[in-house]
Ligand binder design. Structure first.
Ligand code: ZN
Length: 203
């Protein structure tokens, strides 16, 4: 840590992360315009723990604890042993060594995702079953995949068999929800409460 008041979170990808934690809401920004990584600085914070009977107790959270907690939340977002390329830097600027280790972990996770998407594609040949994280993984690794392209071709709705465009949130014919996140963001489906939202920007 550069000093005890600050900690620096390094993000290797372009993805922005919004995290709602008990001690506050944080945005960990993604890299822009070809930056190799993005830095987000966080500070120590005092949170108030509910002791019951309307009493609260102040709890000090160091910048390092806070940064580590945010990174843990982000990296675990894709299930067991997932990794999204964020980490807490040892100092103000990440070292080559730190960057390389983080990059290796991210690449290992992304390779697993791409392998999963390959298997899914082999089975279904349907764009509907390839998700955005898998596409981002292929893009990050510079892999050209048949399933990456969502051209203008149509796919079959699993609900009614009607021809629909890939990426459609809700089937026009039968009302099947094909992309829950997108449908929810358009107000077309009940939104499940989520503690964090990937890829969103702060208002
Ligand atoms: Zn349908």
């Amino acid at each position: 840590m550069a000093n005890q008041m600050n900690a620096v979170i390094v993000n290797l990808t372009e993805q922005n992360w919004i995290l709602h934690r008990s001690y506050g809401t944080y945005r960990v920004r993604g890299s822009e315009d070809g930056e190799p990584y993005a830095l987000t600085r966080v500070e120590a914070r005092t949170a108030f723990m509910d002791m019951g009977d309307k009493r609260t107790a102040p709890v000090h959270i160091s910048a390092a604890e806070l940064a580590n907690d945010l990174c843990r939340e982000i990296n675990s977002d894709g299930g067991e042993e997932s990794n999204f390329g964020v980490f807490v830097a040892e100092s103000e600027i990440p070292s080559e060594d730190e960057l390389e280790r983080a990059h290796e972990k991210l690449v290992a996770f992304y390779r697993r995702l791409v392998a999963g998407a390959d298997r899914e594609w082999e089975r279904s040949h349907s764009y509907l079953f390839i998700n955005d994280v898998e596409r981002r993984a292929a893009q990050y690794l510079g892999l050209e995949k048949e399933w990456f392209y969502q051209a203008r071709e149509t796919v079959e709705c699993p609900g009614c068999g009607e021809k629909i465009k890939p990426g459609v949130a809700v089937c026009r014919t039968c009302g099947a929800i094909l992309d829950r996140t997108k449908a929810a963001s358009l107000g077309l489906a009940p939104h499940r409460p989520s503690r964090k939202t990937a890829g969103a920007a702060l208002p």
